[in-house]
Design a protein around this ligand. Structure first.
Ligand code: SF4
Length: 427
């Protein structure tokens, strides 16, 4: 776009601080950015979308530059960050604000302990961008018109408690530092967290999880203090026999640019292991060719494609969710195109806190009612977990059945009974 070309000449587009300063957070800023593409009807549609979205808007100029404005409504980058009211479908009746029950699994504020030997450390509630489909829409980002976020106390006040819990629980060997996004952590905090975790002898692996490399890659190449802090933690971990890795979040091959390549090369040369987690979304990457290209391109950057998640059951994103059947089909199309270790596992993060399950591993799946039933023996052995397909993937009469609470309850009970009959460990 002319405007962006001008910005790039007058500002340092490759500077992360400039990107942060110029992030778009309001509709009037977006209108100004869009210029002639911002018709009144479209802007009203965006305002309507934002009014119903659980996530606030924040988009870097870099991401705005990735959007094909001539194909705004269908653009796979736009769909991740800018809601439009006309595409939002009624949410599934099973959606919940904290659909993975993370807060129930938090022994101390800001630490989710669901799996036996692994925890999730929520180090911040801020991100360089806000994604519409965020699992943590209950607590990440600013309040929206529809959601008042559940805030954790300030990090400094809970850090000692978190460290004490980790020291007292030596079964935990693996810590994911997330949030929010570690791109919003100051270098001093990266060091505090990284070195603090490395001081605990039982911890063997630390992962810093971020969408940042996909939406603000110039952070790695221009914020030297931040990148040096990450490299320092990585080096210290290696010297102590602890793996410190970097988990990225790319969803579409168009998110990979010359800026990404430069950043990934720098991290690779610094010896930092990288893995990617994607979210499968309709109209974004629910196409075998798109997913294949994403997997190949990431592999070439030494970013190991690790997981592809189905969307969680979050408000306002029913149109982005894909069925279990489609997830299985795309997984089959991807498996075999490259080395197995670069082939992502397609997973359902089961609503209700069963954790991640291989999408194919259901005990029962009825594509008519759209209910998949999963067992989670090492997380909650006595329970079965259901994941529903999006309503729009079901026949009209089944969609009507879901809107009747009694009928919906019966479909769920029948599915769980069928799952129980097929599964082991429930005698
Ligand atoms: S960057 Fe991650 S934590 Fe932040 S809004 Fe996106 S998905 Fe959520």
């Amino acid at each position: 776009m002319d405007r962006i070309a001008r910005e790039m000449m007058t500002h340092d587009f490759a500077d992360a601080a400039w990107q942060e300063r110029h992030a778009i957070t309001r509709v009037d800023q977006l209108r100004a950015w869009m210029g002639v593409a911002a018709g009144d009807d479209l802007m009203r549609d965006i305002e309507l979308g934002l009014a119903r979205a659980p996530m606030a808007m924040r988009i870097t100029p870099y991401v705005l530059n990735l959007i094909d404005w001539s194909n705004f409504l269908q653009d796979p980058i736009r769909k991740q960050f800018i809601p439009v009211g006309s595409e939002i479908l009624p949410s599934h009746p099973l959606r919940r604000m904290d659909s993975l029950h993370e807060r129930e699994s938090s022994p101390v504020d800001g630490l989710v302990h669901r799996y036996q030997d692994k925890v999730l450390l929520l180090a911040t509630d801020r991100c360089p961008v806000y994604c519409r489909f965020c699992t943590r829409s209950y607590g990440v980002g600013l309040d929206t018109q529809s959601v008042s976020k559940k805030r954790s106390p300030a990090f400094q006040s809970r850090w000692d408690t978190i460290l004490a819990y980790l020291r007292a629980t030596p079964v935990i060997v693996d810590v994911v530092v997330s949030g929010g996004d570690c791109f919003r952590l100051k270098p001093s905090r990266i060091l505090t967290i990284g070195m603090g975790l490395l001081s605990i002898p039982s911890i063997r692996r630390v992962r810093f999880a971020t969408k940042g490399l996909a939406v603000l890659p110039m952070k790695v190449t221009s914020d030297h203090e931040w990148t040096d802090a990450l490299a320092e933690v990585s080096d210290a971990g290696r010297n102590r026999g602890v793996e410190v890795s970097f988990h990225t979040h790319f969803n579409h091959p168009r998110e990979i640019t010359a800026y990404t390549i430069a950043a990934a090369e720098l991290l690779f040369k610094a010896g930092i292991r990288m893995r990617n987690q994607s979210v499968l979304m309709a109209g974004v990457n629910d196409d075998p060719e798109v997913m294949q290209q994403l997997v190949k391109t990431l592999s070439d950057l030494h970013i190991q494609p690790y997981y592809v998640y189905t969307c969680d059951l979050i408000d306002g994103i029913e149109h982005l969710r894909c069925s279990v059947r489609l997830a299985c089909q795309i997984e089959k199309a991807v498996r075999g195109i490259t080395a197995g270790y670069n082939t992502p596992l397609f997973v359902v993060d089961t609503p209700g806190g069963g954790g991640k399950r291989d999408v194919h591993s259901f005990e029962h799946y009825d594509s008519q009612t759209g209910i998949a039933v999963y067992q989670a023996p090492s997380v909650r052995p006595k329970q079965l977990f259901t994941y529903p397909d999006p309503l729009h993937s079901l026949a009209p009469d089944v969609q009507v059945a879901w809107s009747d609470p009694q009928h919906a309850k019966r479909m769920l009970t029948d599915a769980v009974e069928a799952g129980r009959a097929n599964s082991t460990g429930f005698e």
